[in-house]
Design a protein. Structure first.
Length: 404
């Protein structure tokens, strides 16, 4: 029986034999297996995590596909809006990643350039020392050394001079060898500088191309949104559309709760979301445009979260540790990010310009996860933010510190 099979059987047996009351012992028992065969356990766990992540992503994609299919035929304008906003999100993310790479490359280039300057200074000192040694040897003259060797009258002086010349020659050889090493280092550093400079040039060109494409995509989106606004239906139809969007969101969250439930059982984190009531930070520095429970669309609907006024491209941060359950365009909410915090708690971030985290990623409190945008057909940028517990919307202002 192979170790992966043995490990899975042991894992299943442990979970079957122990009730939830003793589940806290499971990690310790599994740790014992790790000491028995650490390499095999590490490979097995890595494979299982990869398979788990693939399964999670596939399940969530199927869930989204089913919900999208239930919406009925999407018209051409809505389809163009979705595709354009997805492209804008992908380009914005790529530009962000390129900027990060540029920053790292520039930092590395500065380090290498400093090292090159240091080696040049070192080379100058080595050459100066070698020149001094050469002049000292020349001033003594090889003839004096030969005379001392032939002079039998002062053997002590002959010994001293012989020893001195030995020291001088060794020092000169060592200095020459050190100079060769320094020259080799300088050649390597010059090569690194050339490579980094070429990388920076390529990254700069790539970023410029992405920005140009992004501007074209934004123009396309503006045209699509303008066309959608021109054919705006009456208020009752708009209320129906908003209500359907909320119903589809509920279906999405219910499905995500089912998929994430098993993963929550396997989680070993001891930090609980409900212990941080009133202590969390807003996901972005912004002012409130709409609060939880405020009327929407003339009072026919109410806000189930907060709408934050923020500038386009502004950073959005995770309010708490958790795992990304959803990161994709979703009708009515644009580029939507949902983070599962365990115990049935989730936080939602809607209308983003770009998403920097993917399904299955673990994120920490305060980690950058997205950028504020106006996806979903909004005219002005902003961030829609919700907190839900077991699918039920909760007032975020009871969990986060109120903006001043």
């Amino acid at each position: 029986m192979t170790f992966p099979t043995l490990f899975r059987l042991a894992q299943a047996a442990i979970r079957a034999c122990f009730s939830s009351r003793y589940r806290a012992l499971v990690p310790g028992l599994l740790t014992a297996l790790i000491y028995l065969a650490p390499g095999a356990v590490a490979n097995t766990l890595k494979q299982e995590r990869g398979q788990e992540l693939d399964t999670l992503r596939a399940s969530i994609h199927q869930l989204q596909t089913r919900i999208e299919a239930s919406r009925g035929q999407r018209d051409n304008m809505q389809e163009r809006l979705r595709n354009t906003e997805r492209q804008i999100g992908a380009l914005t993310k790529r530009i962000y990643e390129t900027q990060h790479q540029l920053k790292k490359s520039r930092k590395h280039l500065n380090t290498v350039t400093t090292q090159h300057a240091s080696q040049m200074n070192k080379l100058g000192g080595q050459r100066k020392t070698l020149g001094f040694q050469m002049r000292a040897a020349y001033s003594m003259g090889q003839q004096q050394y030969l005379k001392m060797l032939l002079n039998q009258e002062d053997p002590a002086a002959m010994g001293r001079v012989t020893t001195y010349y030995g020291y001088l020659n060794r020092a000169r050889s060592e200095r020459i060898h050190a100079i060769k090493k320094t020259l080799e280092k300088l050649a390597n550093l010059k090569q690194k500088i050339r490579q980094r400079s070429q990388e920076l040039k390529a990254l700069g060109t790539s970023q410029l191309n992405d920005k140009t494409t992004l501007e074209h995509s934004r123009e396309t989106r503006s045209n699509v949104v303008a066309l959608l606004n021109k054919r705006m239906v009456n208020q009752s139809q708009e209320i129906d559309r908003l209500r359907r969007d909320e119903e589809y969101l509920v279906r999405l969250i219910d499905g995500l709760n089912l998929y994430m439930e098993e993963l929550r059982e396997d989680s070993t984190t001891t930090t609980r979301f409900d212990r941080y009531r009133g202590k969390l930070q807003l996901p972005a520095q912004a002012t409130l445009r709409a609060r939880f429970g405020d009327p929407k669309q003339g009072g026919a609907l109410t806000w189930e979260g907060l709408f934050l006024d923020a500038r386009e491209g502004q950073n959005v941060y995770a309010i708490f540790h958790g795992r990304v359950a959803f990161a994709e365009w979703f009708g009515g909410f644009g580029l939507l990010l949902i983070i599962d915090h365990g115990d049935g708690y989730m936080s939602l971030y809607g209308h983003n310009q770009a998403l920097y985290a993917e399904v299955g990623d673990w994120v920490e409190t305060g980690q950058l996860v997205s950028a504020v945008g106006n996806s979903g057909g909004l005219a002005q940028p902003g961030l829609y933010f919700e907190i839900r517990h077991k699918g039920v919307p909760r007032n975020p202002l009871l969990w986060v510190r109120r903006p001043t």
